[in-house]
Design a protein around this ligand. Structure first.
Ligand code: CA
Length: 375
């Protein structure tokens, strides 16, 4: 490594003409390409070409661009040593086949939302978000600084998957309806696309939750396969054209207060990487995790104005008593799920403790400030 440093000096700086003979002798061994040759072992030079499957349409704004940006950053930061090819949903595996593809090792990487895997890993839902749970900043803090990440890796470990946070949508919208929701009676019999625990809440309130990948939602809503749908927020919803098939756009997104996206990596493949590439992937994902949230924050308001002002969408707030009822049901479900499953309980207790603590502080900081700003 001493030779590497000296070669660098020769390349980047004007040499002092009085440089000692000893140093000149050392430099003589460098050669024109001595920097690269001297610095790398064979493992560090190996080329990695990985495939990444996603639960999103190819190049889809926000969600689908997260893995594209991670791939670009990894290639640049590794100076081309690692190339990741990103596939949209259905190109190599279906949207909901991403977890199995990464688990089996047929693909080294995936990008998705943990709540899609609730049938396999019930506790995974906490790492996307749960109703009336943590906002984007809060879930990042719990995951990265509050013990969440260690729990997440523990629950995916039996599936041979190493997860990394990789994007966040911010607070979502409740979604698109063709009838007004004035009371819980209006939920009864309503067939709505809503994943995760939000779907369980809808079911207990008398609705019929459906899980469909994003790319199928417009047609399902247009053809009456579903009566209503949630997706993400104005920026994404506008691109799918829901304004053409539904009249009312409801808020708040009580079911998804700050949904975190996940980069999934096959653990065996991860373990073959040299340390510097692991650090590059972790660092690129961390940058993109924030970048995607920034994109949503910057784009959502403009898209909402377009939906309302140009397309005539009617924006509606859910009645308070409906929100309160959803909250009671959501808490019941979370408690019941925790009582039935030791792993869910372990994750839930960590999540709940963090939520209670951060909520106390946010009451006198962010919540109080936002209230003061709007008055
Ligand atoms: Ca959603």
């Amino acid at each position: 490594m001493a030779g590497y440093g000296l070669c660098k000096i020769r390349k980047n700086m004007k040499m002092n003409k009085y440089i000692s003979l000893a140093v000149l002798l050392l430099l003589a061994g460098c050669g024109q390409s001595g920097i690269e040759e001297g610095a790398n072992t064979s493992l560090e030079q190996k080329q990695y070409n990985w495939r990444l499957v996603t639960a999103w349409p190819k190049n889809y704004p926000g969600l689908g661009m997260a893995p594209e940006r991670i791939a670009d950053l990894v290639e640049e930061m590794s100076n081309g040593q690692m190339k990741i090819t990103v596939y949209g949903a259905g190109e190599q595996v279906p949207a909901f086949g991403v977890f199995d593809a990464v688990s089996s090792g047929s693909h080294q990487m995936g990008h998705s939302g943990g709540y899609f895997w609730k049938g396999k890993v019930p506790a995974a839902q906490f790492f996307t978000g749960v109703p009336f749970g943590l906002t984007a900043d809060e879930i990042n803090a719990w995951t990265n600084r509050g013990g969440g990440l260690e729990l997440w890796r523990e629950i995916y470990e039996p599936f041979n998957i190493y997860p990394i946070p990789a994007g966040n949508t911010g607070t979502q919208m409740f979604g698109w309806f063709n009838k007004e929701i004035n009371s819980l009676e209006d939920i009864k019999g309503l067939k709505m696309r809503i994943p995760g625990i939000g779907g369980e809440v809808l079911k207990r309130a008398g609705g019929i939750p459906v899980t469909l990948p994003g790319g199928e939602l417009f047609t399902a809503l247009q053809t009456g396969v579903i009566d209503a749908t949630e997706w993400v927020g104005p920026y994404n919803d506008l691109t799918f054209g829901f304004q053409q098939t539904a009249k009312y756009y409801y808020y708040p997104g009580w079911h998804e207060p700050g949904s975190m996206l996940e980069l999934l990596i096959n653990k065996d493949a991860w373990d073959t990487l040299p340390k510097h590439l692991q650090v590059i992937i972790e660092t690129a994902s961390k940058a993109v995790n924030q970048d995607i949230l920034d994109e949503y924050t910057a784009r959502n308001n403009k898209a909402l104005r377009e939906l309302v002002d140009v397309h005539g969408v009617e924006l509606r707030r859910l009645p308070d008593d409906v929100i309160t009822e959803f909250k009671i049901i959501a808490n019941d479900i979370l408690e019941e799920n925790a009582a039935e499953d030791e792993t869910v309980n372990k994750v839930y207790q960590s999540y709940l403790k963090f939520k209670n603590e951060v909520s106390e502080y946010h009451k006198v900081s962010e919540d109080a400030f936002v209230e003061a700003r709007s008055n």
